[in-house]
Design a protein around this ligand. Structure first.
Ligand code: 13P
Ligand code: SF4
Length: 309
């Protein structure tokens, strides 16, 4: 506890010296979230990255999120505490594959979930996050066929919500959400009959069918905070507990271990520790470096998304 306090104070001093802003996703360890200037889901953090003043963005999240911050702030230094903080969805789709698809289906619009590399975004027409994916797809002309990539579960959810028939969906998946099992959720509902179920749209369709609410991490938190119910089963990464307990102290939240790691923590997100955070402020590395060409091409589909209401 004392060590955590000491290191947290060092990080605050370094942040001031470096004129740095610290952005943290809800899936970060709570002591990392406590040091953040903004905590949010991927859409909120992309917007926050555009707003701040300072020289350095320390992105406590995964690499693709930091790339997005860099693309929106090309003249600023963007660092991530751990360079290996990746994402199984990013790994499921390469720019080369998207180019091959476009060659074969030149009439399709490519909608890329923000959980993609900058190279893939550069090949895309528009980006979306879990919070705005339905609105983004609804903003596209109905007569144009769409490729939604790379998350199969979010893609299926969007297809259902938009009623869009002419939509192909990539086969990527999140190792955390896609391995939540319906049988465990059914057991949890039996164990907690008064609990409502709130799920992230990266969960499989059978989980989503059993849910009372489906939304991004911040949307799940807001819904649980404002609803009258006292008890919830939350089908996303357990880092959201920190905001849930702070904002809804009298309520009870249950998390279900997935079949991947028998926990509900993202192994990539959790690579960012306080020690590594201090280290990256000291050395200003690992640093996100992208070519001017990729940044320019990837910025357009991100800005198109930010313009969608
Ligand atoms: P959010 O859009 O809710 O931030 O989700 C991002 C993510 O990586 C979920 O696994
Ligand atoms: Fe990627 Fe899943 Fe981790 Fe989110 S929770 S960063 S989608 S691996």
């Amino acid at each position: 506890m004392l060590a955590t306090k000491a290191i947290s104070e060092e990080i605050q001093d370094l942040k001031r010296d470096r004129r740095a802003i610290l952005l943290a996703h809800h899936y970060q360890d709570s002591e990392v979230q406590d040091l953040a200037d903004a905590i949010g889901d991927s859409l909120e953090l992309a917007r926050a990255a555009q707003k701040f003043e300072g020289d350095v963005i320390v992105f406590c999240g995964v690499w693709f999120m930091a790339e997005t911050a860099k693309i929106l702030n090309p003249s600023r230094i963007v660092v991530v505490p751990d360079k290996d903080a990746g994402c199984s969805l990013v790994d499921s789709c390469s720019a080369q594959q998207v180019r091959a698809f476009r060659k074969r289906y030149p009439d399709h619009l490519v909608v890329s979930y923000i959980n993609t590399s900058a190279d893939v975004k550069a090949e895309s027409d528009i980006v979306c996050t879990s919070r705005n994916a339905v609105s983004v797809v609804n903003s596209l002309p109905v007569d144009r066929p769409v490729l939604f990539l790379p998350d199969i579960n979010l893609g299926n959810y969007v297809k259902k919500e938009t009623g869009r028939e002419n939509m192909k969906i990539w086969q990527g998946a999140c190792i955390v959400h896609a391995t939540f099992a319906a049988r465990k959720l059914a057991q949890a509902r039996a164990d907690h009959p008064n609990a409502l179920v709130a799920s992230h749209p990266e969960c499989p369709q059978d989980i989503l069918r059993m849910s009372d609410f489906i939304g991004s991490t911040s949307s799940i938190i807001d819904w649980c905070v404002h609803h009258d119910a006292r008890e919830y089963i939350v089908m996303t990464e357990s880092g959201v507990t920190h905001s849930l307990q702070r904002r809804a102290p009298g309520k009870t939240f249950h998390f279900i271990p997935n079949d991947h790691c028998n926990c509900s923590e993202c192994p990539h997100m959790r690579k960012n520790t306080l020690e590594k955070l201090r280290g990256c402020l000291e050395t200003l590395s690992p640093r996100v470096e992208l070519s001017a060409d990729i940044m320019e091409r990837a910025r357009l589909p991100i800005e198109r998304m930010l313009a969608v209401r």
